[in-house]
Design a protein around this ligand. Sequence first.
Ligand code: PLP
Length: 363
Amino acid sequence: MIQMSRPTFGPEEERSVLDVMRSGKLAQGERVRAFEEAFAAATGAEFAVATSSGTAALFLALVAHGIGPGDEVITSPLTFIATANAIVHAGAVPVFVDVDDSLDIGSQAVARLIGPRTRALVPVHLHGNPCDLPSLAELAARHGLPLIQDACQAVGAEVAGRPLGRYGTAVYSFYATKNLTTAEGGMVTTNDPEVAGLCSSLRHQAYTNEPYVHDRVGHNLRMNEMQAAIGLVQLSRLPAITERRRRIAGYYDEAIPTARFDRPATLPGAGHVYHQYTLRLAAMNGGARPARDRVRELLAGSGIATGVYYPVPVHRQPAYRDRAAAHCPNAERACDDMYSIPIHHSLSDGEVEAVAEAVAALP
Ligand SMILES: Cc1ncc(COP(=O)(O)O)c(C=O)c1O
């Protein structure tokens, strides 16, 4: 079976983890600091703060931007549920705005939902496909709102030739299946020194410069040295990882006929990093669509795994039943008609060809 993801650790990662184990210095320390510095530089941001997960990174970024009870945060319903969960854990209410053909949220739709209680915008770069950040950043600035990107699936992406870190604050996940992984882990990047300082303090029980003096109620959301050691090696490989994924995507773009397989739209010049390569069931003559389950079964029969990210929009989740009235028909339709095919960077050329051939041969 050609799987949807395959974490790839080599001898360098193994050596760096062993070095940490033998050093006896396991908890957040110099390797975490080195990973933060290298990550900020690689993503175009001034500051980076490493965390235990992407969810933790988003929670900290929201709190550091002053988001709390009574606030509304505009975000996408077409995302991993962690995006909304972090907003709720910060005490705020997620307000879901519908996605467009890119499966991301756009500034026009967001502008219509900005109200007196809106306190932040959290766009999600779904599947590594970047949102229109220049126009979202302009909208956020016009309303005095922080822009906090959920870039958990988009490490290494660019918009208009600029890395994501140039725009406001961003959060990343290094979960096991991500383009860059530390098994679990996350990062906040920002250009605001106050936000960076608060995230750094709050992840570590709100430490101050005075030992064991804490001026707020903090958390333990730290990254450890083994994660950072893996992250440093993975980060050095990120350009090659992104290049490989883009090359595979280019092959699929050519080999899988667009007449029968729709794709999410991409911005002109966007630097998509293909965390997923997503197809949509195109309407056949007469408007009917083939059943997605059948398509996935046929591909599984040819030894090709597929995934649906995600089959239920967040406002339709039982946990978010109080938000069920959100009007997001595009997100709902995408949840019914999209599926992703394998694109991870350790696929061989033969596997890539086999995937494209099986998809193109679907009835
Ligand atoms: C879009 C999105 N947001 C948030 C998260 C949460 O990240 P983590 O699983 O590292 O907490 C993920 C990853 O799983 C994600 O894909």
